[in-house]
Design a protein around this ligand. Structure first.
Ligand code: PLP
Length: 442
């Protein structure tokens, strides 16, 4: 009997004892090909010697430097490498221990910014349905993952309201062009600003590419610029959550680089430290930082483990390896190979409705009928069955249900490490193909 509270209280998951590159070895002797890096976390694969050495050395030299008194060399160096050349006008970093904590920090910083510049009436956030920003109560309030919200709904803050995501496979209407769909979404956001009173809105929050909730949903061209224009018109901030899609996962260091906008505050996590340590953070625009610096002079927030030196040392090594080995070129090349392989294997599959994503961040959405996009019944737990069938074939992929509305729909995410080789990509798709065939009703 395990005393650990696992995701299911009725089963103990297999015990992972060693990770090397793209593989995870289990206590029972099996080896699993890691096709998703957990939840798109392990961007360098497992057991990367340079990262292990960097974090071990930091742990041995100075494990904990309380930020009430000290900074640390790895925290300073990590901010320097992330913000070299001030990407998109982002000039400062604040490090925490997870994506949820990053989103909490983003929300609080945005609120403080408006108090500092003399607009304390701004108390409202607009976020999106079928998006996710974390499981702490503030981040959950901002999220539109109905499955994760439902139980806690009475505890969630009413400072947040939700508008539609840009999810063309599901919600672009028949006969609607990309331009008119984007305009409809811009009109909806504008209407929500008007409903709340534009002078009351702090920010619009969105995942640049939607992650687990809807499965690698990219926005249509022009969507983010249109949303940015609505925010700018009303003096509100744009907060982009790149916890899952950022740090190179889509082929550029920041997913927003492919969208023609940059955020005022960006949330980062998973690929920042690649799973070697728990670390997340926010990147902050010069404008927001300057308001605080010349105002109260401090960010009214904090955590005991913020900017933890060992976490920052691990993340620094991860970021150095990504840059020095030009791994984003591999993300682009292997991402194209993955897309082609998925199209070849599933393009004509009668239960695969959509193959989408960017870089090494791809998803399959499953449907009972392609013609009308009808999802399988949630009771069938199709995504779980595919996960299990894949695992039985020595492959880990990231499944999720509720793709359409938090209840209906199934998808799996394929998000291997940036070091993946062509043969590993092919093996992932081959095993996934067998797993899908085995899990689906004939
Ligand atoms: C887009 C996004 N934001 C926030 C989070 C929350 O991050 P964490 O689980 O590290 O708290 C996640 C986690 O999956 C995520 O995908």
């Amino acid at each position: 009997m395990s005393r650990v509270v696992h995701r299911s209280l009725n089963a103990v998951p297999p015990i992972a004892v060693r990770g090397q590159g793209m593989h995870i070895h289990l206590q029972d002797g099996r080896t699993i090909l890691d096709g998703s890096g957990g939840a798109a976390v392990s961007c360098l694969g497992h057991g990367h010697q340079r990262v292990v050495e960097a974090l071990s050395q930091q742990a041995a030299t100075h494990a904990y430097a309380a930020t009430t008194f000290f900074s640390s060399e790895p925290a300073e160096a990590l901010a320097d490498i992330l913000l070299a050349d001030a990407p998109g006008g982002l000039t400062h970093a604040y490090f925490v221990s997870s994506g949820s904590e990053g989103n909490e920090a983003a929300l609080k910083l945005a609120r403080q910014y408006f108090v500092e510049i003399g607009q304390p009436a701004r108390t409202r956030f607009i976020a999106r349905r079928q998006g996710y920003h974390g499981n702490t109560l503030g981040a959950l309030s901002a999220g539109g993952n109905m499955m994760r919200r439902a139980l806690y709904e009475p505890l969630l803050s009413d400072a947040f309201s939700l508008v539609s995501p840009c999810f063309s496979y599901r919600f672009q209407q028949a006969g609607e062009t990309d331009e008119t769909y984007v305009q409809r979404l811009a009109d909806e956001l504008e209407a929500e600003f008007q409903r709340l009173g534009p002078q009351n809105v702090i920010a619009f929050c969105a995942e640049t590419v939607v992650g687990a909730t809807a499965g690698c949903v990219t926005a249509l061209p022009g969507y983010f610029p249109a949303m940015r224009r609505v925010c700018d018109r009303h003096g509100a901030l744009l907060i982009l959550d790149e916890v899952m899609c950022g740090m190179g996962r889509t082929g550029t260091m920041h997913a927003w680089e492919q969208e023609g906008v940059s955020p005022d505050i960006q949330v980062i996590a998973k690929g920042l430290g690649g799973g070697y340590q728990p670390i997340g953070g926010i990147l902050i625009s010069g404008r927001v930082m300057e308001a605080l610096r010349t105002g109260s002079g401090g960010f009214m927030h904090g955590h005991t483990y913020q900017a933890h030196p060992v976490a920052c040392a691990a993340a620094l090594a991860v970021q150095q390896v990504i840059r020095e080995e030009d791994l984003l070129s591999n993300v682009v090349a292997m991402g194209e190979r993955l897309e082609t392989a998925l199209q070849e294997r599933f393009g004509n599959h009668r239960h695969v409705g959509d193959i989408r994503g960017r870089g090494l961040f791809r998803a399959l959405e499953f449907v009972a009928e392609r013609g009308n996009k009808r999802p399988f019944s949630p009771e069938a737990k199709l995504n779980e069955r595919i996960k299990e069938a894949a695992f039985a074939r020595g492959l880990a992929v990231y499944p999720m249900g509720g793709t359409v509305d938090g209840r209906q729909g199934d998808h799996v995410i394929i998000s291997p490490a940036y070091i993946a080789t062509a043969s590993e990509i092919d093996a992932i798709v081959a095993r996934l193909g067998d797993a899908v065939d085995a899990a689906l009703p004939v």
